[in-house]
Design a protein. Structure first.
Lengths: 272, 193
């Protein structure tokens, strides 16, 4: 019974305080606004192709709240992997919403893919899967992260460009022929997006970012990646492929200032 | 009754203010002094905890202040299109802010180009209907000197109810919806940079 007066007091204050600020926007209006934004963005990227909603063909996992908006991990999962030709990642409210398009080749295991992206403000993120019969299926997640696009890269541009194009690859998982192996590719590259100001000179660092990545195993393609300014500094991509024992994994990366880097990595199978 | 409301509102402000330094201290120097006049260094960086002549407010204080329908002045910068951005990719910058905010991109820059400071004062004068006691909230993003400078300009000009909201849009959108806003038409009729 002692609690009652206190509880009552809190309830009274709660009732007297405005529950919502005066300018609280109508939730439906906000949803409509975000839907309109997606429609505009989708038209630019996909033209008049229809995007059907799906809960099974592609799943999107992103932290609801990203501690570092310049390095937000996004995982795409494609459970019906044999039906998938390519996947798109779109960050609706980024100034350049197109983030990445990954087209899988015969050596891929297109069941999952992870990348790290920059997010400029709280936004919807869309993942769209293109099936082998040319249809598009999409899913969406709302992420709370902001400021990632203009976050300064490093102390100086020169520092950030050191070792540009160096790559590493890490393999996890079994090494039996026909069994998928997960690989994580790390590329050293500032991925300047043209929106970052050099804090010393107060000039904008010119855009220079990786726009294409081609990864193959022997003569067989794993995937091609088309990217834009939303990929994080020092891109990291986790993918899976099915090793057949023939040759290393070869990566060719290009950037928007005609940089080109090529490197081969022995797979767990080829080293055995 | 009214006393109770005011008490509750004050309590909310006090609680909010007490919490804020803990959040603000994460990774930023805590003792940035106020510059003599406007800050003319890099716009992005740690800002002072104070702004002489203005109230420094947190989200809880903003929520209370909204009942007075202040002028919400967003001076966050507009994003800049990279010079050689490919033509075949969509470039669709959008700016989300506190609903009903007036957005004057870059209005906190210092120095402003010739005529821009006068235009800023003229627009604020129009938006406040010449009432220098009207509550004004200036904001940008965290660690943005633009919001501080804009507040400084208003204090210097004799506005008596200037509120600087350093947490800015980030502090707002965490618990409240944002809406897309276009730059103030009169402000952007003339080029910003």
């Amino acid at each position: 019974m002692k609690i009652l007066p206190l509880a009552l007091g809190v309830a009274v204050i709660g009732a007297l305080l405005p529950a919502q600020p005066v300018v609280a926007a109508d939730a439906n209006a906000i949803d409509a606004e975000r839907a309109a934004r997606w429609k505009t963005v989708a038209e630019y990227i996909f033209g008049d192709r229809k995007i059907e909603p799906t809960e099974t063909l592609i799943k999107l996992d992103a932290p609801e709240r990203a501690p570092d908006a310049a390095l937000m991990p996004v995982t795409l999962t494609m459970p019906e992997k044999h039906a998938i030709r390519s996947v798109y990642l779109v960050i609706d409210d980024n100034p350049s919403p197109f983030a990445a398009h990954v087209t899988f080749g015969p050596a891929a295991d297109p069941g999952a893919l992870q990348l790290r992206v920059r997010v400029d403000s709280y936004t919807n993120v869309h993942a769209v899967a293109e099936t082998k019969d040319g249809r598009l299926f999409g899913t969406v997640a709302f992420v709370k992260a902001s400021g990632g696009c203009s976050a300064p890269v490093e102390a100086s541009d020169e520092e950030a460009m050191k070792g540009m194009g160096e790559m590493r690859m890490k393999f996890t998982g079994g090494a039996a022929p026909g069994k998928p192996v997960e690989a994580t590719l790390m590329i050293r590259h500032p991925n300047f997006n043209g929106m970052q100001m050099n804090q010393l000179t107060r000039n904008y660092t010119p855009a220079r970012y990786i726009d294409k990545l081609s990864v193959s195993h022997g003569d067989s393609k794993i995937f091609d990646l088309e990217a834009d300014i939303s990929l994080s500094t020092n891109p990291v991509i986790t993918f899976s492929f099915v090793p057949d024992g023939n040759g290393p994994v070869k990566v060719v990366a290009t950037d928007t200032k005609n940089g080109r880097w090529e490197q081969s990595f022995d797979t767990p199978l080829t080293t055995n | 009754m009214r006393a109770l409301i005011e008490l509750a509102a004050k309590a909310a402000v006090i609680v909010g203010t007490a919490l804020f330094p803990v959040l603000a201290s994460a990774g930023s120097p805590s003792d940035v002094p106020e510059p003599q006049g406007l800050w003319i260094g890099a716009m992005h960086g740690p800002t002072p905890k104070t702004l002489a002549g203005a109230a420094v407010v947190d989200l809880a204080a903003i929520e209370v202040l909204l009942a007075e329908q202040p002028l919400l002045l967003d001076v966050g910068p507009a994003v800049r299109k990279p010079a050689d951005f490919p033509d075949d990719r969509p470039w669709l910058p959008t700016h989300r802010s506190i609903p009903s905010a007036i957005w004057m991109p870059g209005a906190g820059a210092a120095p402003l180009e010739a005529g821009r400071e006068e235009l800023f004062y003229r627009r604020v004068g129009e938006l406040t209907l010449g009432d220098k006691t009207k509550p004004i909230v200036v904001f940008c993003r965290p660690e943005c000197w633009g919001g501080w400078n804009a507040g400084k300009r208003l204090v210097t000009k004799g506005y008596t109810s200037v509120h600087w909201f350093p947490a800015g849009i980030e502090g707002w959108q965490d618990t409240h919806a944002t809406t897309e806003v276009k730059p103030d038409r009169d402000w952007s009729a003339e080029p910003t940079r």
